[in-house]
Ligand binder design. Sequence first.
Ligand code: DP6
Length: 327
Amino acid sequence: MTSLRRATAQAPANIAFIKYWGNRDHRWNLPQNASLSMNLDGLYAETTVTWADDQPSDTLVLNGESASQEALARVSTHLDILRSRLNIRSRAEVISKNNFPMGAGIASSAAAFAALTVAGTAAAGVELSERELTTIARIGSGSASRSIPTGYVEWHLGEAHENSFAESIAPPEHWALIDVIAVVSQAHKRVGSKAGHRSADTSDLQAARVAGAASRLAVCRRAVLERDFATFAKVVEHDSNLMHAVMMTSDPPLFYWLPPTLAIMESVRNWREDGLHVCYTLDAGANVHCLCEQSSADAVRSALQTIDGVVDVRMASAGQGARLISG
Ligand code: DP6
């Protein structure tokens, strides 16, 4: 008899204030430093997992199309982790969609692996703690661990799989920060984060970046908890610049910035001097995340729209973590 077990979960993208870049252990995604982020409301992956006893192999439909072998292999590897933890042997049918451009500096793998972990677990009829779900999601994509808890989230360094987990440090309503995302490229990035984490140690600057990460995180955590925008802006921009300095000095060098990226970064610094509460941060892509207090968000959006090379502007406030839609 065929038995089908199905669940659907939604998980948000997140933007890191203190970045994760480089692993101590690549198989388990144990990071070289702890990181801190905010979930992005309204930018999410929605994933349905069906464990089907009579299916010969895993299948993946991504944004309405049958996924590439590469994407399927990565999802299947994560399903193996879930099968082993949940004690099941069935293959899965996975249907996932994102409502934002993939591979363009908005962390699609974070949302995808958080949603896959939550839906896959629920579809198997198993209840795991949020903490454990974050550790499992982390194996699929490091930053996915931060897309499960709500609001502002810290991913702890941890010595081993069990204690490299993420937890909320404040709910979304604690601080009305808005991420005004200047999209300058919707192309899929040439070198993804996975390869970048592996090459981070080839940069002489990585050791220095990692050495200072814990103290930057402490400054940033406190700034978030105290809603101290000036301190927040300084440490967030510094941390993003450090990560990109590592990227540019790695072998092979990774240059994610495009000319409009640099123009936006300079404008953001000027706007802050003029009194707007805004700072920038970038992930592994050319798009610029302009983090603002709510009072400055509309002005920042209008100003971004006048910059050459900005093809779209998206706004996302601090949001909830992953949630089960059905199952
Ligand atoms: C630059 O966790 O997305 O966004 O999924 O393994 O490719 P993989 O890596 P991922 O790396 C995120 C890197 C970053 C910084 C951050 O989000 O902390």
